[in-house]
Design a protein. Structure first.
Length: 340
């Protein structure tokens, strides 16, 4: 972004974070500052494609993760690859040739490539196989059955999946889940978006990834209620992004929390509110004593009378894990680049 910053110094006012030589810059919610009236990229028109920000050059491909030899790509919601019914992974729209080379190049998108730490006992080939099977199952079920039915078909223990949902809803101060008689918009939206959401949980074991999704289904119906305004694919996706800690953190396994709390030098972030800070300290102590993760969450959060504080605790824990995962990923990525 060197030339771009030189010509438009005011962009510094939009900067939100710097990671090495990468500068993260926000944009207004109503569109890009450089979009021309006819919907084209003003940067590319004036300065050439090579001077566009990295995330713009990668569009419509979002976050990428490397699992073994496979690169997992999350397409933007507007990308034709985001949902293909029926699944047809070998059919690629024109204009995407060479995109993987760009995404994985050490001088390009590869610097944003995440390398998740897999659960003990999980292999890269199994994780990728599970994701392909899940993507295809969602494509086949789209418009035909409920999302929960798809999850339970994929699970080796549907009863445990339902019990997890019951406990987490109680933890968050929410009412019990209600079985619906027929498929609705939320089911279709989740079938379309779930494969994208799962790319953010590749560090979890197979059943844990399903626990994330069963909670996403329960919470998105409450967070984007159809009696307030008709839900859209974008509003559902927005909540899945913003509220991800609420359904992701309770699904963590003991091996994930062992890395989070028990490794040397691990520290919780500043939780600001005293009651939440005390809950975080209790959670760390319970985990180190060997209490299973969800039980530890329930016990540590019990003194929190406001469900918002529970949500803030989960959000802080997810940020803490992401910081540790990024540090680990940076080390792996540096080793990969050195070997090239």
């Amino acid at each position: 972004m060197g030339r771009l910053l030189a010509e438009h110094s005011w962009l510094r006012l939009w900067a939100s974070r710097r990671e090495g030589d990468l500068l993260l810059v926000g944009d207004p919610s109503d569109g890009c500052l450089f979009e021309t009236p006819d919907g084209r990229c003003g940067i590319e028109l004036r300065l050439g494609r090579e001077n566009k920000p990295l995330v713009c050059r990668q569009f419509p491909f979002g976050p990428t993760a490397q699992v073994g030899a496979t690169v997992v790509v999350s397409p933007h919601l507007l990308c034709p690859l985001a949902l293909v019914v029926p699944a047809d992974p070998d059919s690629t729209p024109s204009g995407y040739e060479g995109v993987l080379e760009q995404l994985t190049a050490p001088t390009g998108g590869g610097r944003l490539l995440q390398v998740p730490t897999l659960e003990d006992g999980e292999s890269a080939s199994r994780v990728i196989g599970d994701e392909i099977a899940f993507r295809d199952a969602c494509a086949k079920a789209y418009g035909k059955r409920s999302f929960v039915a798809t999850l339970e078909r994929m699970s080796s223990d549907p009863a445990a999946l339902r019990e997890h949902r019951r406990r987490v809803l109680r933890l968050l101060g929410e009412t019990e889940w209600v079985q619906r008689e027929s498929r609705d918009f939320y089911d279709d939206a989740l079938h379309a978006l779930a494969p994208w959401l799962r790319t953010r949980t590749l560090y979890l074991a197979r059943e844990a990834r399903l626990r994330v999704l069963v909670m996403a289904e329960s919470l998105v119906r409450r967070a984007v209620p159809d009696d307030v305004r008709p839900p859209t694919l974008i509003s559902v996706r927005s909540f899945l992004h913003v509220g991800s800690a609420l359904f992701e953190v309770p699904a963590w396994t003991d091996s994930v929390t062992a890395r989070l709390f028990c490794e040397a030098g691990s520290r919780l972030p500043d939780l600001r509110r005293p009651s939440v800070t005390l809950a975080g300290a209790a959670l760390r102590l319970l985990t180190r004593r060997g209490v299973s993760w969800l039980s530890a969450l329930e016990e540590a959060a019990e003194p929190l009378t406001d469900p918002i504080d529970v949500a803030l605790l989960l959000q802080a824990l997810r940020v803490h894990r992401l910081a540790g995962e990024k540090a680990s990923s940076d080390v792996v990525q540096e080793q990969v680049e050195r070997s090239r």
